[in-house]
Design a protein around this ligand. Structure first.
Ligand code: HEC
Ligand code: HEC
Length: 302
């Protein structure tokens, strides 16, 4: 009991346990030594033949108590129970957990070290590794990104497409999963007004449709250059360092119809990808990264 607040309390437990044990022995001994005797006091007759006496408890009771006492003595010798004495077997809950870890390592350790040592590119080609990755994804990510990783509800991005908001190379994906991401797209209506929002929204919709720099929307183009290009790039091709998505492609996080785009620009967006660095270990995060960068394909069920 290493977590005893002090030796003082450990000592107390020893004193209390041993004292109660001696008291119990005393009590049993007294009970049986008294024998079958009459108190001899006439006034203790309660009703005809029913009168106070002192008869010992049945003999089986004695053996029963003796057996219980023996078991408790043996228990206290073998297991922790007496203050900070650890018991002959040195059993402890912490020790049990440590044993389980050793078992776990014996069972999966070699495979984990093999996967840990493989470069990500080779992990992608290893079908066992991809099976494990898919299981990790299934347990941790599908609630938001969907079972097929294709995103859902215009809130959680599609991870199977070619459009990567926070960057698609492996160090960036590792970082996204390990530390999470917090996107900061400001609300623009207070800055450029409702009309400005509509103009720049039309400009952005034009970028997405492929007619960049359409002269028909000079106001939108000017607003974009002034207020948006710092994050989204002068041509709207995005900036992974800031999580600013490309606006010149057909992939939309929050939906690409005019109303959705206006909503994104006027009120801003602040998507949060939670950090998994404390929930998953390094091997699991590498597996996920390899699986995502290989296209997030669901492996054939076996
Ligand atoms: C400070 C950097 C920053 C600036 C400046 C900025 N954005 Fe953004 N924008 C972002 C980020 C980051 C996101 C992603 C938000 C998210 O993931 O929740 C985003 C998202 C968007 C989206 C949603 C894209 C989608 O796929 O659904 C649109 C549309 C958009 N921005 C347009 C604009 C326009 C127009 C301007 C200029 C008026 C602008 N942004 C200025 C950082 C910025
Ligand atoms: C609580 C919901 C939630 C869970 C659970 C979640 N994600 Fe996300 N994830 C998001 C959101 C929201 C974004 C978009 C963040 C933004 O707008 O910038 C995101 C973004 C991402 C991105 C960046 C995509 C890009 O285009 O750059 C990756 C990669 C990713 N998630 C992987 C995962 C993995 C792997 C897991 C499981 C370990 C996971 N996510 C679990 C909500 C979630």
């Amino acid at each position: 009991m290493a977590d005893m607040p002090s030796e003082f309390w450990a000592g107390w437990i020893v004193v209390i346990t041993v004292t109660s044990f001696i008291a119990l022995i005393w009590f049993v001994r007294d009970l049986y030594r008294a024998g079958d005797q009459d108190t001899g006091r006439e006034d203790e007759v309660w009703d005809e033949t029913l009168r106070e006496g002192a008869r010992p408890a049945p003999v089986w009771w004695f053996w029963f108590i003796l057996a219980l006492m023996t078991v408790s003595v043996v228990y206290v010798i073998l297991y922790p129970g007496l203050g900070s004495y650890q018991g002959v077997l040195r059993w402890s809950q912490g020790g049990r957990i440590a044993e389980r870890f050793v078992d776990y390592d014996a069972q999966f350790g070699a495979e984990r070290r093999r996967l840990q040592a493989l470069p990500l590119a080779q992990l992608e080609g290893d079908s066992d590794a991809m099976q494990s990755a898919w299981r990790v994804f299934n347990n941790n990510c599908t609630s938001c990104h969907g079972r097929d990783a294709a995103g859902q509800a215009r809130l959680f991005p599609d991870l199977t497409d070619d459009s990567w908001q926070w960057g698609r190379d492996e160090t960036q994906i590792l970082e996204t999963i390990r530390s999470g991401r917090q996107a900061a797209m400001p609300a623009w209506e207070p800055v450029i007004g409702a009309q400005g929002v509509e103009q720049v929204a039309d400009y952005v919709l034009g970028l997405s449709a492929g007619d960049s720099g359409s002269p028909a929307n000079a106001e939108g183009s000017a607003l974009f250059l002034q207020f948006c290009s710092a994050c989204h790039g002068p041509k709207g091709s995005g900036q992974p360092l800031l999580g600013a998505p490309a606006l010149d492609d057909e992939a939309w996080l929050y939906g690409g119809d005019r109303a959705q785009v206006i909503r994104s620009i006027s009120q801003g967006r602040n998507g949060v990808m939670p950090a998994f660095g404390s929930r998953l270990d390094d091997a699991q995060i590498r597996l996920l990264t390899a699986w995502l960068s290989a296209g997030a394909r669901i492996p054939d069920e076996r």
